[in-house]
Design a protein around this ligand. Structure first.
Ligand SMILES: Cc1cc2nc3c(=O)[nH]c(=O)nc-3n(C[C@H](O)[C@H](O)[C@H](O)COP(=O)(O)OP(=O)(O)OC[C@H]3O[C@@H](n4cnc5c(N)ncnc54)[C@H](O)[C@@H]3O)c2cc1C
Length: 390
């Protein structure tokens, strides 16, 4: 196999502007994001300066309205940018996706005044966001969340614990779902909480299998007071807002998964053309050739599925079912492809001298976040067969 076996991904992009954007992203990735990834992941160091750079380069608000500091890019372009970032460093790709998720509530449901006041800083002013839905006792069953927001005059007082918060403890703002009414989804309201709010503290970051550079922490709200002007949408609308954010966020996770899978395939291809056994490059053996062919096919299928869901979203059509399908298929593909990449590298694949073991650890979390893949199947089945009758 020739050395040119590893080629840059051929992307379908709708405009010249989008092609220029992808070229800029590839340059940034090569110059700033890929170098240091392995070491900083091993050290568990969060590369905050890269997020500042991305913000300065207009890459933290790509899918949002330029009137508020966003990049006006369709999802089909934004997601391909995410894919390239995640291929270099999942901590960065997923971090951008989570930041975008945290901006979704205010951008989509905030009042004109709220958007004018907060969005420019959130989308292009160097701030970093986090999204707070999960709690220690409510993960998949998110509608049973217990963090409370109680009205006190013109303000709300938040108490409770959020769990697994990406950027927990380092974010500048938190989009928080809290209970303001009775039990269930209808009792939940969304709030925008500043990172330095008195009473808000973070626990030590979780010790994770992968994505060690990305802090994931519990957040404690101990009488955190926010004005009513920081309530997003109507009282009781929070869960619908949270789910709407997750529909878009799942597309981000799908794109990140394909980025990680592509990086693993590229590494496997590079290795297979160089490593020789039985007097020949191992890429000559049909057993490996078929494995590489299957890996590439799953990646292309996943990319096509997330792009087709993104194009539905860009056209203003319903895309919730397709987003769940894309998240499911792309993250399962990433798990399979990265596991196979370790196999292609043999014993070396199992060491930290090559990046494939990191990709395998990174792929695993993508099957869990923003709704586990069991939950994605429930969402898809609900679209197909209606709510279950229990
Ligand atoms: C690294 C990381 C980052 C994260 N970042 C964030 C974040 O920024 N913000 C945030 O809000 N959350 C975040 N999460 C939380 C994540 O969304 C939850 O972990 C996830 O939703 C699952 O919840 P759980 O861990 O409580 O698992 P559980 O809900 O307890 O599920 C345990 C198992 O049971 C299965 N299961 C549960 N219910 C059903 C069912 N009805 N049918 C079939 N199977 C079922 C699940 O699929 C899973 O396999 C993060 C998690 C991780 C690991």
């Amino acid at each position: 196999m020739p050395e040119s076996a590893v080629q840059p991904v051929e992307r379908q992009l709708p405009t010249e502007e989008a092609r220029d954007l992808l070229a800029l992203v590839r340059e940034l990735v090569q110059r700033e994001i890929a170098p240091g990834a392995a070491q900083e992941e091993a050290d568990g160091r969060f590369p905050r300066e890269l997020f500042t750079l991305l913000s300065e380069s207009g890459l933290l608000g790509l899918p949002y309205d330029s009137a508020f500091g966003g990049g006006d890019q369709p999802y089909e372009v934004y997601l391909q940018v995410l894919e390239e970032l995640a291929a270099a460093r999942l901590t960065v790709g997923l971090g951008v996706s989570v930041h975008s998720l945290a901006c979704h509530a205010l951008a989509g449901y905030g009042s004109k005044e709220q958007r004018a006041e907060h969005l420019p800083d959130m989308l292009g002013g160097g701030l970093l966001g986090a999204y707070c839905l999960s709690e220690p006792s409510s993960g998949s069953d998110a509608a049973s969340l217990r963090t409370k927001a109680v009205r006190d005059g013109d303000a709300w007082v938040l108490s409770g614990t959020k769990a697994w918060i990406t950027h927990g403890g380092i974010a500048d703002f938190y989009t928080v779902l809290a209970r303001t009414g009775g039990e269930g989804a209808r009792g939940v309201t969304a709030f925008l909480v500043p990172g330095d709010a008195p009473g808000l503290t973070a626990a030590a970051p979780e010790k994770k299998m992968g994505m060690k550079g990305s802090p994931t922490a519990q957040l404690h709200f101990d009488g955190v007071r926010v004005g009513d002007e920081r309530r997003i949408g109507d009282e009781g609308q929070g869960f619908a807002i949270a789910l709407s954010a997750l529909d878009s966020g799942r597309l981000g996770i799908a794109a990140c998964a394909i980025g990680v899978a592509q990086a693993a395939l590229d590494e496997a291809l590079r290795y297979a053309t160089e490593r020789r056994q039985f007097g020949r490059p191992i890429a000559d053996f049909q057993g490996l050739r078929f494995m590489l062919a299957d890996m590439a096919t799953q990646i292309e299928a996943g990319r096509a599925l997330y792009l087709s869901a993104a194009r539905l979203r860009d056209a203003g059509r319903p895309f919730s079912k397709q987003a769940a399908m894309a998240k499911l298929l792309c993250t399962d593909a990433a798990m399979k492809v990265t596991t196979d990449a370790v196999q292609v590298l043999g014993g070396y694949g199992y060491t930290a001298d090559f990046p494939v073991e990191r990709y395998m650890r990174e792929a695993k979390v993508l099957q869990i976040v923003e709704g586990t893949n069991q939950i994605q199947r429930m969402v898809i089945a609900r679209h197909l067969a209606g709510p279950d009758s229990r």
